[in-house]
Design a protein around this ligand. Structure first.
Ligand code: PLP
Length: 282
């Protein structure tokens, strides 16, 4: 497997990083995952812009121009054999003697790899998937796509242990997001989702979903969602670059609506597949 490290493409076995890298020591870095279909990146610019925003929020100087990032991403995709990939980019604050305060002259570490995209199991489309809920006990800067993901890791582990695909998070009685996806609900034919805030990641797939709802005249509203509304929803969806739009059909072991992927999800799923083909030309 060929990866990219600080300007070089090399076999992963040869990619060496200092244990003093602040990504390793403090989780002091940001990342992105860009889906790639038939070797064409999907929404690359939006991901690169979100990465810039994450860097700005943590005071990390972007080591590359957008044009350079585009070139690096395209080369990483070309050098990775699979047509459908998950392109991972990580930028940390670099190597420096261990001290919480920012180092004066560390150079950011840039790491990239592109893995084969994990195919959604067929049952996800026919049956949907299970999720559980948990208290959102993460910090208050979840709009930053930070590599410091322990809160998300612990949340995700809870659903993994019971064979569910996601952990949906509730903070002070309100829906925020899930461990690695955004959450939307459908009630009486209208799509609802919490508005963007510091409590959740501004998802690129979420944006596509809302754009498609607008384009196809599907009623939708961004407003705070209570835990009771989540539990009483006709449909629950989670969205992420790798899951796309996935119907959650059981929540904490209870059926959501009919317990099958709903009619509104079916429409959105179809629109998403068409849009993907339009954008990537495949
Ligand atoms: C916490 C969290 N929320 C939401 C998302 C969805 O973002 P995107 O649609 O850009 O993948 C992710 C993706 O990894 C995530 O980790």
């Amino acid at each position: 497997m060929i990866v990219h490290l600080n300007g070089e493409f090399l076999p992963i076995e040869e990619a060496k990083i200092s244990p003093l890298d602040r990504g390793f020591i403090f989780g002091d870095g940001v990342y992105e995952v860009i889906p790639v279909y038939s070797k064409k990146p999907f929404r690359m610019m939006e991901h690169l812009q979100r990465m810039q925003r994450s860097m700005d929020k943590i005071g990390l100087q972007n080591p590359h121009s957008i044009e350079r990032w585009e070139a690096l991403c395209n080369e990483m995709i070309e050098r990775s054999p699979d047509p459908d990939q998950g392109l991972y980019i990580q930028v940390t604050r670099g190597v420096a003697p261990r001290d919480h305060a920012f180092p004066k002259d560390a150079k950011p570490t840039v790491f990239m790899m592109s893995n084969p995209m994990r195919k959604a199991p067929v049952e996800w489309h026919t049956e949907g998937a299970a999720a559980i809920t948990a208290r959102d006990d993460r910090w208050y800067n979840n709009d930053i796509k930070s590599t410091a993901l322990l809160g998300n890791v612990l949340a995700r582990q809870k659903s993994a242990e019971v064979g569910a695909v996601e952990t949906i998070l509730i903070r002070d009685g309100m829906l925020t997001e899930a461990s690695s996806s955004n959450v939307l609900i459908v009630k009486d034919g209208t799509i609802f989702s919490p508005p963007k805030s510091n409590l959740l990641l501004p998802g690129t797939t979420f944006d596509v979903t809302i754009e498609l709802a607008q384009k196809h005249g599907m009623p939708h509203q961004l407003r705070p969602i209570t835990e009771a509304e989540l539990r009483g929803a006709d449909e629950i969806w989670v969205t992420s670059a790798t899951k796309e739009v996935l119907a959650i059909t059981t929540l904490d072991g209870k059926p959501v609506g009919t317990g099958k992927p709903g009619a509104v999800w079916k429409q959105m799923h179809a629109h998403y597949q068409v849009f993907k083909r339009e954008v990537t030309g495949c």
